[in-house]
Ligand binder design. Structure first.
Ligand SMILES: NC(=O)c1ccc[n+]([C@@H]2O[C@H](COP(=O)([O-])OP(=O)(O)OC[C@H]3O[C@@H](n4cnc5c(N)ncnc54)[C@H](O)[C@@H]3O)[C@@H](O)[C@H]2O)c1
Length: 459
């Protein structure tokens, strides 16, 4: 097989694994290799128990693994044998030095660039799949061209827009694919090659090509705008709770305006996930760096409202449970940052749980996919918590149930049975507004939705 039909992806995480599985399944003439430094993860990708949960992922991987999709820790061999290298390593928020708490930590990404120079024996196309700050491709270009072997590397920006929980569907039918490159002859050729991969299944009109900087910035802005909608409706949910308006009704009325649209207008305990907060803070840092303090403050507000919403949720629990949760069992339903994923990165459940543990509540946590991650997230947290694999056991003898993830299965639970097994008065705090609140109230629960009046049996 010619090298130009060999694709390597460095980084076998939530993006690298699923994107490459989709490319391998749609482009049988390509050999796709996914490489990672994490041996345990690669072992899991090669087993029946994949390291991440995504609907449809397991079947997809089984269909192509060992045929034209391979997982390996041999990054050097992958680099030598591939003409196209996607880089999909993590780019978390920097926790130290200049830009700490806001800027992207590019150490993993830079290491991959250096590995490419070290092992490459010929010229290659390097594709940024990780979400990177503006002008990162330029930096990558400089590092790659510091090689003394006379090799040429064309750097392309191809940000990933999929959402966890629907990653496979999103990648198989994307709203758009964005390919950014340098406007030089080599740059155009490289962009054409990346476009030709996606053209196997994505209609031409949905593949956009831009300059590399527009591509990088578009990814940050898309995430910032999605998060902004959530923070906008969450800010209104606080007002609704004070005024007897109902945030669901407001969101419906507002979202039916075709200029606004209904998506991302569901009030909740707050957004989570590895990307939203990190990408907004990255945008804020860029604006500060370019001396645009007003723009920076505007976007920082989105993160501040999210923090406010999480805090408000906890305060509401403590206040309504007679100003003390000490020694009370509280059942947490859902720990993943959203439904249909086991990912808990930046999940509001982490903050809520830690705050309640500080208040000396005893937590019992149930999630269909995220308990292993929950255990890691709460390792070292002060206080008592247990992870339970059955929602009914989780709620038994609890004073309150909290809904922190919008798993569909929560809607189908027998809440009468749950109510009967709980301490009284029994409380439900629905942080995702997914339950039938009137029905729960009738059963006997004191119900606390987000963004509408509480339903309490106390006079
Ligand atoms: N998770 C999402 O929903 C999502 C969506 C769009 C974009 N992104 C972006 O994609 C990038 C990757 O995100 P993710 O969620 O897949 O992260 P992840 O943490 O799940 O995966 C990153 C992987 O890279 C590996 N890695 C780090 N340094 C390496 C190196 N030098 N060589 C080889 N492997 C290395 C890590 O071991 C890890 O397995 C980030 O920039 C993120 O912002 C994520």
């Amino acid at each position: 097989m010619k090298k130009e039909k060999n694709i390597l992806c460095i980084g076998a995480g939530y993006v690298g694994g699923p994107t490459m599985a989709v490319i391998a399944s749609k482009c049988p003439e390509y050999k796709v290799t996914v490489a990672d430094i994490d041996e345990k993860k690669i072992k899991a990708w090669n087993s029946d128990r994949l390291p991440i949960y995504e609907p449809g992922l397991s079947d997809l991987v089984k269909g192509v693994r060992g045929k034209n999709l391979f997982f390996t820790t041999d990054i050097a061999k992958g680099i030598r044998e591939s003409g196209i290298i996607f880089v999909s390593v993590n780019t978390p928020t920097k926790t130290f030095g200049e830009g700490a708490g806001k800027a992207a930590d590019l150490q993993y990404w830079e290491k991959t660039a250096r590995a490419i120079i070290e092992y490459a024996e010929d010229s290659k196309i390097v594709v940024e799949k990780s979400t990177l700050p503006l002008r990162a491709a330029e930096a990558m270009h400089r590092i790659l061209h510091s090689n003394t072997k006379g090799l040429h590397f064309e750097v392309i920006s191809n940000p990933e827009f999929m959402a966890e929980g629907s990653a496979i569907e999103d990648m198989q039918e994307p709203d758009r694919v964005l390919v950014g490159g340098m406007r030089t002859a080599n740059g155009k050729k490289a962009m054409d090659r990346i476009v030709s991969i996606y053209s196997h299944w994505v209609p031409k009109e949905r593949i956009i090509t831009t300059n590399v900087w527009s591509s990088e910035l578009s990814k940050l802005v898309a995430n910032a705008m999605l998060a902004q909608r959530i923070s906008s409706i969450n800010s209104i949910s606080a007002l609704c709770e004070k005024t007897d308006a109902n945030v669901g009704e407001v969101a419906k009325a507002v979202g039916m305006d075709s200029r606004i649209g209904p998506k991302f207008l569901r009030a909740s305990v707050g957004f989570g996930g590895s990307c939203f907060k990190k990408d907004i803070l990255n945008l804020v840092y860029l604006c500060e760096y370019y001396n645009l303090p007003e723009v920076a403050a505007y976007w920082e507000g989105v993160v501040k409202i999210n923090d406010f919403q999480e805090k408000r949720f906890v305060k509401n629990i403590v206040r309504n449970m007679f100003d003390s949760v000490a020694g009370k069992k509280i059942a947490v339903f859902g720990f993943a940052f959203k439904a249909d994923t086991g990912d808990t990165r930046e999940s509001p459940a982490i903050y809520v749980s830690k705050m309640l543990l500080e208040e000396k509540a005893e937590l019992s946590i149930y999630d269909p996919e995220a308990l292993d991650n929950a255990e890691k997230d709460l390792a070292g947290a002060k206080g008592r918590f247990e992870l339970v694999r059955d929602p009914y056991k989780c709620a038994k003898d609890a004073h309150a149930v909290l809904i922190l993830t919008e798993w569909n299965e929560f809607k189908k639970l027998d809440f009468r049975k749950i109510y009967e097994s709980m301490e009284k008065p029994a409380f439900i705090f629905d942080g995702r507004n997914i339950l039938d609140h009137k029905g729960l109230y009738k059963i006997g629960f004191n119900v606390f939705p987000i963004g509408s009046s509480k339903m309490s049996h106390f006079k």
